[in-house]
Write a protein that binds this ligand. Structure first.
Ligand code: C2O
Ligand code: CU
Length: 463
C-alpha cells in the first residue's frame, strides 16, 4: 500500500506515541507559540529542618481570563522545588487539604519504608504527618507526587507534582551552573487535554494504556518561552506526564551535554543530539547558548518536531563556566556483574489487563522480600503481545539502582548512572543491581500511571 505510517496508524487507531492500539486517536502535541514566560516553581529550603508541604485544590489561569480547577502543593498547580543537602535531617510536614485521600510519595528518595508515601500511607482530608529522615544520597534531581490506590493518575494529572534537589560536596565543588532561575532551570513536562470549558476532565479523557493530551504545559505554563543568557545553561528535565514519552532535541540540530540521570551525575558529561525520557525519568543537560544571538531561533522540540520550549537569548548575560570532565565515580563492579539473578519479573498486557508475573497489584500481598543493604539482581522482561506490546517505564521505590545490562549488553553511556526508572521496550530484558539502604515495604511498578493503577505494580518488603 502507499499509505504513510501516520495514515496507517490513524486507520488502525494506533497511538503514535507508544505504537500500541488504543481507543483514542493519536494526539499530536501543539507547538508552543511562546507568548508566556515560563513559570518557575518557588525554591524552598528547610527552616529549622522543616519543610511544609500541603496538598490543596485551587484555580489556575492557563488561558487568559479562564480559571481551571487544579491541584497543587502549597499553591494551585504543581509544587515547590525543595532543596536539601546530603547529610541533613529534614522533616517534610505534609498536610492533606484536599477533599479526598492522598499520599506523599518521594520518588527516587532513599527513605525508610514508613515514610515512602506509597498506597499504604494514606492521609485523609485534613490529616497531617511529619516525615523525618536523613538525606542519604548524592546530588540529584528527584521529585514527589501522590500515590493513593486508584487515584494516583488523576491526582498527578490535576497538578500534584514537585521537585526535590539534593546537593552535596561534589555538586557544590564542580562549578556547574547552579543559580536557580538564572542559569539552572527546572523543566517539568506534562501533556494535558483541556475540554471546551478549559478544564481537566480526567475521567472523560482517561486512557487505560496511558492518558495523553494535545497541550503541553512546562512548569504549568501554556505556550512558554524561556529567556536564557548567551552562556552555558543547565536544564533539569522531568517527564511528569501520565504516559507520554518525549525525545528532546534542539531544533537547530546542535548537540548538548547530558550531565545527570535520575539519581545523580554521570561520570562524564556526554554529548547527545537527543534524549528520550519516559514518565518518571529525569535528566540534567547543559545547553551552550553562547554560539547563538538575539535573533537566533532556538527551541527544545519533541521527536516529531513539535515546539516544546522556545528560548529567547539575552546577549547581555554571559558566564564563562567550564564543565568539568569528571563529575562522578559511578561504577558497576565486577562483583555486581557476576551476581546471579535472584528476582525475575515479567511485564505483560495492556489496558486494564496489565500484569507483573501474571499478577495484578494486591495491597495485602508481598511479592518479594530482600535484605537491607544487600545487592540483588532483578531481571525484568517486557513480554510482547500480539499487537507488539509497549514500552513500560519500570520504577522501584526507595532506592537508586544500577542498570547492569540491557539484552545482555552494557547499557549506553547515558544510562551508566544512578536510575530509579528505566524504560523497557517490548521484548527487552533489563538486569538491575538493586540495593535498599532502609527497611520497609516499597512499590515497584510501571510509571505509565494508568498501568500502575490497573495493577502493574507489586511490593517488595525489605527486612
Ligand atoms: Cu513516581 Cu510509585 O512512583
Ligand atoms: Cu506500562
Amino acid at each position: 500500500s502507499n499509505m504513510s505510517e501516520e495514515e496507517m496508524m490513524n486507520m488502525e487507531g494506533m497511538d503514535a506515541e507508544n505504537g500500541h492500539a488504543s481507543h483514542t486517536n493519536p494526539l499530536e502535541l501543539n507547538d508552543s507559540t511562546g507568548e508566556n514566560e515560563l513559570a518557575l516553581p518557588p525554591l524552598v529550603e528547610p527552616k529549622d529542618g522543616i519543610v511544609d508541604i500541603t496538598a490543596q485544590q485551587g484555580k489556575t489561569e492557563f488561558f487568559d481570563g479562564i480559571q481551571t480547577n487544579t491541584y497543587g502543593y502549597n499553591g494551585s498547580f504543581l509544587g515547590p522545588v525543595i532543596r536539601v543537602n546530603k547529610g541533613d535531617t529534614v522533616t517534610f510536614r505534609t498536610k492533606n487539604q484536599l477533599s479526598e485521600p492522598t499520599t506523599f510519595h518521594w520518588h527516587g528518595v532513599d527513605i525508610p519504608g514508613e515514610g515512602d508515601g506509597g498506597p499504604h500511607q494514606i492521609l485523609e482530608p485534613g490529616e497531617s504527618e511529619d516525615v523525618k529522615f536523613t538525606v542519604n544520597q548524592g546530588a540529584s534531581t528527584l521529585w514527589f507526587h501522590p500515590h493513593p490506590e486508584g487515584a494516583t493518575a488523576e491526582q498527578v494529572y490535576k497538578g500534584l507534582a514537585g521537585l526535590i534537589y539534593v546537593e552535596d560536596e561534589n555538586s557544590k565543588s564542580l562549578g556547574l551552573p547552579d543559580e536557580y532561575g538564572v542559569n539552572d532551570f527546572p523543566l517539568i513536562f506534562q501533556d494535558k487535554q483541556f475540554n471546551e470549558g478549559k478544564q481537566f476532565d480526567y475521567q472523560a479523557v482517561r486512557n487505560e494504556d496511558g492518558t495523553i493530551g494535545d497541550t503541553m504545559l512546562v512548569n504549568g505554563t501554556l505556550n512558554p518561552n524561556l529567556t536564557v543568557g548567551k552562556e552555558k545553561v543547565r536544564l533539569r528535565l522531568l517527564n511528569g506526564s501520565n504516559a507520554r514519552k518525549y525525545t528532546f532535541k534542539l531544533n537547530t540540530g546542535d548537540t548538548f551535554l547530558q550531565i545527570a540521570t535520575d539519581g545523580g551525575f554521570l561520570n562524564e558529561p556526554t554529548e547527545m543530539s537527543e534524549i528520550t525520557l519516559t514518565p518518571g525519568e529525569r535528566a540534567e543537560i547543559i545547553v551552550d547558548f553562547s554560539e547563538y544571538d538575539a535573533s537566533s531561533n532556538v527551541a527544545l522540540v519533541n521527536e516529531a518536531g513539535s515546539i516544546l520550549l522556545p528560548f529567547k537569548i539575552d546577549v547581555q548575560k554571559t558566564n564563562s563556566i567550564e564543565i568539568p570532565r569528571t563529575l562522578n565515580d559511578y561504577v558497576v563492579t565486577e562483583e555486581e556483574k557476576n551476581l546471579p539473578v535472584t528476582k525475575k519479573l515479567e511485564l505483560f498486557g495492556m489496558g486494564e489487563m496489565v500484569y507483573i508475573n501474571d499478577k495484578q497489584f494486591d495491597m495485602n500481598r508481598i511479592d518479594f522480600t530482600q535484605k537491607q543493604g544487600e545487592t540483588e539482581i532483578w531481571e525484568i522482561y517486557n513480554k510482547p503481545d500480539a499487537m507488539g506490546g509497549m514500552t513500560h517505564p519500570f520504577h522501584i521505590h526507595g532506592t537508586q539502582f544500577k542498570i547492569v545490562s540491557i539484552d545482555g549488553k552494557e547499557p549506553p553511556v547515558e544510562l551508566q548512572g544512578w536510575k530509579d526508572t528505566v524504560a523497557i521496550e517490548p521484548d527487552q530484558t533489563v538486569k538491575l543491581a538493586v540495593k535498599f539502604n532502609n527497611k520497609g515495604i516499597y512499590m515497584f511498578h510501571c510509571h505509565v500511571l494508568e498501568h500502575e493503577e490497573n495493577g502493574m505494580m507489586g511490593q517488595v518488603e525489605v527486612i
